[in-house]
Design a protein around this ligand. Structure first.
Ligand code: AMP
Ligand code: GLY
Length: 422
């Protein structure tokens, strides 16, 4: 089978490497660190299966356009992708499906609605949670104990200054506390088949879960506090009811559904749905999928997912190495050293996310430079989390560039989620 992966980050690198076990793989546009990257647009690529990695093209209808040309596509159409592209719609679907989720109200930028947003904030207790309804690269959520900051954020988002049009509609939610956990299911339109392993992402930029939200600074799977039975219980709470509700609304959802939960003192709550694999969660999950990933995704894309998916029970830890200035203003163009030295280690895989080729002709052949916020995803794998973590951090220590940053507490413990003020 020939598979075309659409996207250009570490998630797509992990897709490509895992699919390549059984299939021929091309990645568009990919990046200079991913073998098989081509600049050709997807519609001009001859492939038996298209796997779309990021939410942007999904929300933009790429899966619909490829299907209209008769291609087999793993990834939802624009209708299903609105689960991520419109948090207001997602909350409505989830509430209609009877899934436990934070209380909320949605507001838009007209003056009456804006006043109601400020009034609703006043009825809530901290932490205050304000989300752009539209896509904001994982950075559109403010969680704060400071009411004045929350009011200012409402104005910045609705006024269009913070996130452009993505913020002109917002969701304000009841603030919850507790550890978070992410689960992934492969959907074939009617059924959702769980990848039976829990993943925890470290979303904030700094150690101790301090500072602004990012796309994710690292992750670990499996989790000591969410065993396979807990995974199955969470999955049955969210995935089946959502697919049924989508079906009622005429949505044929074929692709990954990513459920983010918070385990609160009064039970689990669904925080978010994403319509694609997590990045970097895919990097610690896909390599552990047993069997033929290409067959699995092609089956789901064709409307016939496998009965079950097996994931090996060893552990993976991913540490994201980011450029100086991430997430606000990452610096580009720094020469990356030590990649081969890190990759030579047992149980280590390094996926390339924000990398480019050097302008400087004197750079050693095969060199890569930084070209994005999250640059490399350094993954350790081992029989347990402690081993996987040691391997990941040993590999990180072999890699460098000026200003490279990373969190030192990935997989160290359940992240503290109580006081997040910087
Ligand atoms: P989301 O993109 O909706 O997952 O939100 C990003 C992050 O914001 C989550 O991973 C949580 O850490 C935090 N968050 C989202 N919703 C809430 C909530 N209702 N209460 C507390 N924290 C939240
Ligand atoms: N790592 C979080 C996400 O992919 O949304």
């Amino acid at each position: 089978m020939r598979v075309c992966v659409v996207g250009q980050g570490g998630r797509e690198h992990a897709f490509a490497e895992t699919l390549r076990r059984t299939a021929e793989v091309v990645v568009t546009p990919g990046n200079p660190g991913i073998e098989g990257s081509v600049a050709t647009p997807p519609s001009q690529i001859d492939a038996d299966l298209f796997v779309i990695g990021p939410e942007g093209p999904l929300a933009d209808g790429l899966a619909d356009r490829l299907r209209a040309e008769g291609r087999l596509v793993f990834g939802p159409g624009a209708d299903g992708a609105a689960l991520e592209g419109s948090k207001a719609w997602m909350k409505e679907v989830v509430s209609a499906a009877g899934i436990p989720t934070a209380a909320y109200q949605a507001f838009d930028s007209d003056p009456a609605s804006r006043r109601q947003a400020h009034a609703y904030l006043e009825t809530l207790a901290p932490p205050y949670v304000i989300k752009t309804s539209g896509l904001a690269a994982g950075k559109g959520v403010l969680v704060t104990d400071d009411l004045a900051e929350a009011h200012a954020d409402v104005d910045a988002k609705l006024g269009g200054t913070a996130f452009g049009d993505a913020g002109r509609r917002i969701v304000i939610e009841e603030g919850l506390t507790g550890p978070e956990v992410s689960l992934f299911a492969v959907c074939d339109g009617r059924r959702a088949v769980l990848l039976p392993t829990a993943v925890r992402d470290y979303k904030r930029v700094g150690d101790g879960d301090i500072g602004p939200n990012t796309g994710g600074m690292g992750c670990v799977s499996p989790l000591a506090d969410v065993d396979s039975r807990a995974c199955a219980e969470l999955a049955s709470l969210a995935f089946g009811p959502t697919l049924a509700e989508l079906n009622r609304r005429g949505v044929d959802y074929r692709g990954v559904l990513y459920a983010g939960f918070m385990l609160t003192p009064t039970g689990p709550r669904l925080l978010e749905f994403n319509v694609r694999f997590g990045d970097p969660e895919a990097q610690v999950t896909l390599p552990r999928v047993q069997g033929d990933l290409a067959e699995l995704l092609a089956g789901a894309a064709a409307g016939e997912a496998a009965e079950r998916i097996d994931v090996s029970d060893d552990a993976m830890v991913c540490v994201v190495c980011a450029a100086e200035g991430y997430p606000n203003d990452p610096r580009a163009g720094d020469l990356i050293t030590g990649l081969d030295h890190a990759r030579a280690m047992t149980g280590v895989t390094v996926f390339c996310a924000g990398v480019g080729l050097p302008d400087d002709a004197s750079a050693p052949p095969g060199s890569l430079v930084t070209a994005g916020g999250r640059v490399l995803n350094v993954c350790g794998r081992g029989p347990d989390v402690a081993t996987a973590r040691d391997r990941a951090y040993e590999a990180v220590r072999r890699i460098g560039w000026p200003g490279m940053t990373y969190r030192t507490d990935i997989a160290a413990a359940v992240p503290p989620l109580v006081d997040r003020r910087p």
